[in-house]
Design a protein around this ligand. Structure first.
Ligand code: HEM
Ligand code: HEM
Ligand SMILES: [Fe+2]
Length: 463
């Protein structure tokens, strides 16, 4: 198998940057985990490390999705990317801006006064969790994303072959870009500021990004098992329709305790409880479509696609719904229960999504029909088993925290430093297991299709 349009190779640029940042994210994640046990570990303190960990995560998922889009749109539109040099420029501008932001965080970590306001603006870090990038970087990010959308839109306009998949994909991406803007609004009132900030964080992961996931799921099912377009597109519409119906008002589950009116308890509770439904549809869609599949060539691609659907439901849906009712969230808000959910949701929904897209499109980009999937499976199991245990460990820590801190009234630090210590130790150990999985994946990413196939599987032949 090889790509139909040469410009689809651009996807690999974005994937490469994503994969490198993934490694950075997990390395600093382990440093953060060690700092729970030994707070003075490492030259950069926990604040800086945590910022690096979650920002690297967001950025690599976004660049991975951009790469996937540059692959999907030419394929669906049946034409080359509208302006390849401009698209390459967009890639390099993103790399330069992200690297500058990361260096800024590190600089601030080494000397906090470097972030002192210049004419009222903090030059290195805005301090908004997940989107800490400073204002000048916000502007560059907006330009880069607009350029990205414009290029893909122009590609689609070249042939006007509007397919449901690319329409939904571009719709989700436009929604994503728009939802970056509320994060740039500054309000003197903390309540109002948080109100808008949640639009970004929540409407991204439980709105726009899930829409993109729905579109890519349909694309991947077509690619790996040759599912019929009419069928997967019909399901895609149902899934994304439900995502929007439940996810938009589901934002209310972040408005319970920040000072917003009381009706949010009802709105948030009811709508967010329904959010697992579309994720369950996706699992059903994946199973129904792949169950009958025979002679699947790209087994790794199939595996990651189905795993993405399952863990999206478990991490976001199940681990989300357990603490989404105000009656429960009253006790669990901002504890390690939240962190446990954050990890499994991001892993299942978006890490596995980008990896599935990589395993489905990279062989074609590298011009190989078959590849040795043993590393893909090994990395999957190292990562998934480790992640499941990280999540179980911090869910346990969260339960202890809720009980001792919120019910018995013990001091936050007493619980964290004494009663939860063993949970932190276990988390760090499983973190190393996760890192092993990521390293296997990184090696696989760079080698895939570039080495001869092992002699043990004679049925697999290089194209
Ligand atoms: C892929 C989708 C999702 C991702 C990536 C995700 C991720 C996260 C993250 C990172 C947080 C922590 C935010 C913070 O305080 O810094 C969070 C909070 C929360 N999520 Fe999700 N989530 C997803 C879907 C869901 C769903 C479907 C539900 C409900 C069914 C849900 C329920 C919640 C609740 C209730 C909180 C607030 C916890 C608290 O009060 O501390 N999430 N989510
Ligand atoms: C792909 C894998 C990973 C994803 C998607 C991920 C995601 C996240 C997210 C969303 C947060 C913020 C959570 C919140 O505020 O509730 C976070 C925090 C954190 N992560 Fe990860 N992470 C990953 C891997 C790791 C690994 C391997 C470790 C090391 C064991 C780790 C250690 C931490 C620590 C210590 C924090 C800070 C938790 C806190 O503030 O209580 N992460 N991660
Ligand atoms: Fe949410």
């Amino acid at each position: 198998m090889s790509i139909k349009y040469q410009s689809q190779k651009l996807a690999e640029y974005f994937y490469t940057f994503a994969v490198v940042l993934f490694l950075v994210q997990v390395l600093v994640g382990i440093i953060a985990a060690v700092q729970f046990i030994w707070p003075s570990f490492f030259i950069l303190n926990f604040n800086t490390i945590r910022t690096l960990h979650i920002n690297a995560l967001i950025v690599w998922i976004l660049t991975g999705l951009m790469g996937a889009t540059y692959y999907v749109v030419p394929e669906e539109s049946e034409t080359e990317i509208w302006n390849l040099p401009l698209a390459k420029l967009q890639f390099w501008a993103t790399v330069v801006a992200v690297t500058a932001v990361v260096l800024g965080y590190i600089w601030m970590g080494l000397s906090p006064q470097a972030n002192s306001p210049i004419m009222g603006v903090h030059p290195l870090n805005e301090g908004r969790e997940y989107i800490e990038a400073p204002r000048w970087a916000d502007v560059l990010i907006v330009i880069s994303v607009l350029l990205f959308l414009f290029i893909n839109f122009m590609t689609m306009l070249k042939t006007k072959k509007w397919t449901g998949i690319q329409g939904t994909l571009i719709g989700g991406l436009t929604f994503l870009a728009l939802m970056y803007l509320p994060g740039m609004i500054y309000m003197k009132s903390m309540v109002k500021d948080q109100y808008w900030w949640w639009w970004v964080v929540h409407l991204w992961v439980e709105g726009a990004w899930e829409v993109i996931a729905g579109a890519l799921l349909a694309f991947m099912l077509m690619k790996v098992v040759g599912a019929k377009r009419e069928v997967v597109e019909k399901w895609m519409y149902i899934e994304v329709g439900f995502v929007m119906f439940t996810g938009i008002l589901g934002t209310g589950h972040h408005y319970y305790w920040i000072g917003t009116p009381g009706y949010w308890l009802w709105v948030g509770g009811i709508f967010s409880s329904l959010e697992p439904l579309p994720l369950l549809f996706m699992v059903w869609d994946a199973f129904r479509t792949t169950r009958e599949a025979r002679n699947v060539e790209n087994r790794a691609g199939l595996y990651y696609t189905v795993a993405h659907a399952i863990f999206n439901f478990v991490g976001a849906g199940l681990w989300g719904v357990i603490h989404t009712l105000p009656q429960v969230n009253k006790w669990t808000h901002g504890t390690q229960i939240t962190t446990a959910h954050g990890h499994l949701a991001f892993y299942g929904a978006y890490v596995l999504l980008v990896m599935a897209m990589i395993y489905i499109t990279l062989p074609a980009i590298r011009g190989v029909r078959a590849f040795d999937a043993s590393r893909a499976f090994a990395s999957f199991w190292w990562m998934t088993i480790s992640m499941v245990f990280i999540v179980l460990t911090i869910t346990g820590a969260g339960m202890v925290q809720v009980y001792m801190e919120r019910l018995m009234g013990l001091d936050y630090m007493a619980v964290k430093a004494n009663y939860n210590l063993w949970f932190w130790i276990l988390r760090a150990i499983f973190g190393v297991g996760f890192l092993i999985g990521v390293m296997i994946f990184v090696v696989d990413f760079f080698r895939l299709g570039r080495e001869p196939l092992p002699a043990v599987s004679p049925e697999l032949k290089q194209a």
